[in-house]
Design a protein around this ligand. Sequence first.
Ligand SMILES: [Zn+2]
Length: 284
Amino acid sequence: MKKLKGAIIALILTAALAGCGGTTPAAATTTTAATAATEVTTTMATTTTTAATTTAPPETTTEATTTTVISYSPIVREEIDPEKPIIALTFDDGPTDLTPQILDILEEKQVVASFFLIGDNINDDTAQYVIREFEQGHEVDNHSKTHSQMPEMTFDEIAAEIQYTSDKVEELIGIPTPFFRPPYIATNDVMYEAIDIPFITGYLPNDYMDTVDVEQRIENVKKSAKDGLVILLHDFSGNVMTVEALPTIIDNLKAEGYQFVTVSELFEVKGKTPEEGKAYTIVL
Ligand SMILES: [Zn+2]
C-alpha cells in the first residue's frame, strides 16, 4: 500500500528572540536563572555565561520564543480555505544555481511550492538550497537520481534511483521525499511496482523550451489554471525566463483567487489519498 510517507512529520524550529541582543543589563541577568539557562543555552550562550555570578532570583522575565511547525502531509496550514480554489506550483530539475532566485520570489510573494529534485544535483554547493526550500515551508520531492529514461531500467535500478535521492534529501532535512515525478513524464508498470511513493505529473507550460518566451509562459499558466491543478515549472540552471515570468504568474493566480499549496496539501485539502498506479496532474 502506497500512502503518503511520513504521515505526520514536523520539525519544530524554536528560536529565542527577545533578549538575544539589545537587552538591558537587568534583563540580561534575570534571564540567566538556572532553569532558563538550560533552555536557552544553545542560542543564548553568551548571555548565559553570566549565570554563575548573579544572585538575582529567577524573575518571570521568560524568553519570548516563537515556534514554527513546518510539516508535510497531512497537516494543512490553517490559512488555507478549502472552499476556495487551490493550486500547486512545482519546480523540477534542481537544486541548481537558479534555485535561490526562485526561492527569493516565493519568499517575497509569500507562497509555497514543491521542488522535485534530481539526486545528482545535490552537492556541497547546492545542499544549502535544499535546506532553504524546507525552511521556507516548501515540499522537497523526488525526480530520480540521474534523470534518465526510467522505463528502460530494471526494477532494482529504478528503486535505487528513488532511494538515492530520498536518502540525500533526508540527510539534509530529516524527511524522505513524499512524492515522485517521473523524468520526461515517462512511466511503465515496472516503475509503478518499484517506486513506493505516489506519482505526480502536472500541467506543463513548456517552460523548459527556449522558444517559449516569458510572455508565453505567463499566458500558458494563466489560461490553464484550474482548481486542484499541479503546475510543472523548472529551476534548472539557466532557465532565467521562468525567473522573469514567475512574479507575474503568481500575481495572476492570486488575482484569480488561487491559494498556493504543496502537493501534500493539495491531496489533504481535497480529501484524497493518492492511489497506486496513477500519476496525478489534477486533484479534485
Ligand atoms: Zn525533469
